[in-house]
Ligand binder design. Structure first.
Ligand SMILES: [Mg+2]
Length: 432
């Protein structure tokens, strides 16, 4: 085990009840009150600390949540505001270290190794200062875990103190992991936990006490990396680069109410195809596989896929295929609540190879057409140009009550449009 406290120092920063906390941050009237988001789907997407204290958890139906807590404040999800606040959170972390991995919308790893002299303080003080700064500037609470590796930092974040700060010092790893359930370790899924239990390993302490040779007889390489990380030796690389290459791109959109209108459901699907293609072109990728799926009112999903004759990222080339796949799935007696598309097996886009019978000028026209579309979308918003058949989906994001649309999309600043808004969260405070 380690003989020094922090040969490497990794901090995990994680927003506490992040989406609900963002709502409370921009609207002080909601502070201290039980708040949930997810009104547009009738399911709790995030619950504030106060709502959690009343027994409300993510994924619960709003109907049941209100029974538990009649004074619950229910809001539509406002991902635009959440990601703006998340971006500010990352910016603050980056003012401490350039090595930041954005793990999820509200969770980041920060490599602080070697920065004690620069910041003139211990790693622990650095983390506490970071936490104070985030909470003071953004008004959202964050948990911070500090440890020599990413996996240990996740554990540290779990075993935090009431001040939302947890630390695992390299010299005290065994003490920290002694009673921590191995099933709760980041990277250990239920199947691995069951496998370890068969070998009488149920705590992280027992896991790290086992020898590598013994574990290697029944564990895979990634699982052994988790073991190594838990012992204080970094094994999982830090991903500081923003993701630029994708193996697949998927776009899914839920609409309410569920619909059995063939043209409407198809228009929703086509909008996803257009958005997925735009993203593929932005990263200069082209798809060789296309999967289409429809989710029914009863939450069952049906999907079907097709292999493409040549790689493409152009909706007009995909429409006939998507239409065929859609017709295979669509049943008029069924109501649908969401559609999705996955562009798979992406390859680097090259001047498109054509099949023997396709005239080169048509391919070239398509390329120039979409270059113009991308230019217009970049300038005037992504919905300014779209395929005719997706028209119905373009202007009816939600057909339900007005209250299901986030406030930020309804209250526009001067000069803003429904499609283009300044990257600013709107605070809901009044100045008297
Ligand atoms: Mg979180």
């Amino acid at each position: 085990m380690l003989f020094s406290s922090f040969p490497t120092a990794i901090a995990l920063v994680d927003g506490v009840s992040f989406f609900a906390a963002c709502e409370q941050a921009i609207n002080p009237a909601l502070r201290g009150r039980p708040v949930v988001t997810g009104k547009e789907r009738n399911i709790v997407a995030a619950a504030s600390v106060e709502a959690k204290a009343r027994g409300i958890t993510r994924g619960v139906a709003l109907w049941d949540a209100k029974k538990l807590c009649p004074d619950l404040v229910v809001l539509p999800s406002d991902y635009e505001t959440y990601s703006l606040i998340a971006k500010r959170l990352y910016d603050i972390i980056r003012s401490y270290t350039p090595a930041v991995e954005e793990y999820s919308i509200d969770e980041a790893f920060a490599d602080l190794t070697g920065l004690r002299r620069l910041h003139r303080c211990s790693y622990e003080d650095m983390c506490r200062q970071l936490q104070r700064e985030i909470e003071a500037k953004l008004g959202v609470a964050v948990r911070v875990g500090l440890a020599p590796t990413k996996t240990l930092a996740k554990v540290a974040g779990e075993i935090h103190q009431p001040d939302r700060f947890g630390v695992i010092n390299g010299r005290h790893i065994e003490d920290a992991l002694h009673r921590f359930p191995v099933a709760d370790v980041w990277g250990i899924g239920p199947a691995t936990a069951a496998l370890l239990a068969k070998h009488r390993i149920t705590t992280a302490g027992q896991f790290i006490a086992a020898s590598r040779d013994y574990l290697a007889t029944f564990l895979t390489k990634p699982q052994l990396e988790t073991w190594q990380e838990l012992r204080g030796e970094p094994a999982i690389p830090f991903m500081t680069e923003p993701k630029e290459a994708y193996h697949s791109i998927s776009k899914v959109k839920t609409f309410t109410p569920a619909s059995n209108d063939r043209d409407y459901v198809f228009s929703q699907l086509l909008k996803n195809v257009e958005n997925a293609c735009t993203k593929a072109r932005r990263y200069e990728q082209a798809a060789t596989k296309c999967v289409v799926f429809l989710r029914q009112h009863d939450f069952r999903s049906l999907g079907v896929e097709a292999t493409l004759l040549r790689p493409t990222a152009y909706p007009n080339e995909l429409v006939p295929i998507v239409r065929r796949l859609f017709e295979q799935l669509f049943t008029p007696t069924m109501r649908y609540r969401s559609t999705g598309v996955i562009l798979g097996d992406l390859v680097a886009a090259s001047p498109t190879q054509r099949s023997l019978f396709e005239p080169a000028n048509i391919i070239d026209k398509t390329r120039r057409l979409y270059a113009a579309v991308d230019m217009l979308r970049g300038k005037y918003g992504k919905h300014v140009v779209h395929h005719g058949a997706s028209l119905a989906a373009q202007h009816t994001q939600h057909l339900s009550a007005r209250g299901d649309v986030p406030r930020r999309k309804r209250l526009l600043l001067k000069g803003e449009t429904k499609r283009r808004r300044l990257p600013l969260p709107l605070l809901q405070t009044s100045v008297n």
